[in-house]
Ligand binder design. Structure first.
Ligand SMILES: Cc1cc2nc3c(=O)[nH]c(=O)nc-3n(C[C@H](O)[C@H](O)[C@H](O)COP(=O)(O)O)c2cc1C
Length: 348
């Protein structure tokens, strides 16, 4: 069985965060501090994956991870697109625009991204939204890449284990960003991180990584004591200085005093947790009518970009986890230092 500690000394993984948060600077800072930084590549072109991996390697010679969404490129009908645009048009008009533009591309081609991943050959590759096939996992292992699969319930964790993944990341319902669910209905799978750990600890042979609502050193200790070999933290790193999110989004996250997050499928077509805002509220009644990810995600991209230009946080997507009120702004190195100091004191 893989011991993650042989790859990186401290049991802390900075979660991959698509949409700009996990910059090469953030990934390098976390790996340099003895954790595992992860570059989110789900929305990156193969060229951009190579470029960013190169930037990481300029700043860090230690292991880091790259993360992909396992997905097929969809081909929605013209009618589906028209219906989806009609649902979004009022919001687009609210921004003072005429017709919502239809993107020419719904997502990056997974096979091309996978090829780029093999080219870079990072120490670790993690996957979400789906599961690989035998040939793909063999290619990764042949390249010496450690594979982490994301699971939101036990059947998914077992599927990754059967496939031969080296570790499984159990993602609780409290986690920020998209649900990784690929077996069953996303809205029906609502296990918390600690519930997942309790279910999996005695059943899974693979090393377990716990994700969801782990923000402080105390949280890390609880997850490790419940059977995790490492933790994956997103929200805590989202507000670090190196995180590349829009400044208005970061400010909003940092001024939140209570738990104002919820899950919605309305913005991207896949359930995701973020700060409640007008975008979520306006779309609430039609959330079950929007096309599945990545079509809705591509269609709302123009709205989110326009909202970003005008610093309008009400029409952005502000993904974050339930632990947001406990996250503090600081450099990623300082956050790592704080977490490791706490661990050293409490896990001796
Ligand atoms: C803004 C944001 C974007 C995310 N993007 C990804 C992603 O691209 N791939 C992935 O596997 N997980 C993604 N996640 C999940 C994180 O990697 C991590 O597992 C999760 O944030 C842990 O829960 P926490 O937010 O409570 O710390 C994202 C999370 C956030 C907050």
């Amino acid at each position: 069985m893989l011991r993650l500690q042989e790859l990186f000394p401290h049991p802390i993984i900075q979660g991959p965060m698509a949409g700009g948060a996990s910059t090469p600077a953030l990934v390098a800072a976390v790996s340099n501090a003895g954790g595992l930084g992860s570059l989110a590549c789900g929305m990156l072109s193969p060229e951009s994956m190579l470029e960013k991996a190169w930037e990481i390697r300029q700043a860090c010679s230690l292991p880091f991870a790259m993360n992909l969404f396992v997905q097929k490129t969809p081909s929605p009908s013209a009618q589906e697109i028209q219906q989806a645009c009609e649902l979004l048009q009022p919001i687009w008009s609210q921004l003072g625009m005429s017709d919502l533009p239809v993107p020419t591309k719904w997502c990056e081609d997974f096979d091309a991204q996978f090829e780029a991943l093999l080219n870079v050959s990072p120490a670790v590759a993690s996957f979400t939204f789906g599961i690989l096939n035998q040939a793909q996992i063999q290619q990764l292992h042949a390249a010496g890449i450690v594979v982490i699969g994301t699971a939101t319930h036990l059947a998914e964790a077992q599927a990754w284990q059967e496939l031969g993944a080296d570790a499984v990341c159990l993602s609780g319902v409290e986690a920020g960003g998209h649900r990784g669910t690929f077996i069953g209905q996303q809205e029906a799978i609502n296990f918390t991180t600690l519930e997942l750990l309790a279910q999996a600890a005695s059943v899974l042979r693979s090393p377990i990584i716990a994700a969801g609502n782990i923000v402080t050193g105390e949280d890390v200790v609880v997850a490790l004591s419940a059977g995790a070999q490492a933790v994956q933290m997103g929200t805590a790193f989202l507000v670090t200085h190196e995180s590349g999110i829009h400044p208005a989004y970061k400010l909003k996250l940092l001024t939140t005093t209570s738990d104002m997050t919820r899950q919605t499928r309305a913005i991207t077509g896949r359930y995701a947790r973020g700060l409640d805002n007008q975008f979520m509220q306006l779309m609430a009644t039609v959330a079950d009518q929007v096309p599945a990810y990545p079509v809705q995600n591509a269609l709302t991209a123009a709205i989110r970009a326009a909202a970003g230009k005008s610093n309008n946080t009400e029409l952005m997507s502000m993904w974050c986890g339930q632990g947001i009120a406990r996250a503090r702004p600081m450099g990623a190195t300082e956050l790592m230092h704080n977490l490791v100091s706490h661990l050293t004191m409490h896990m001796a």
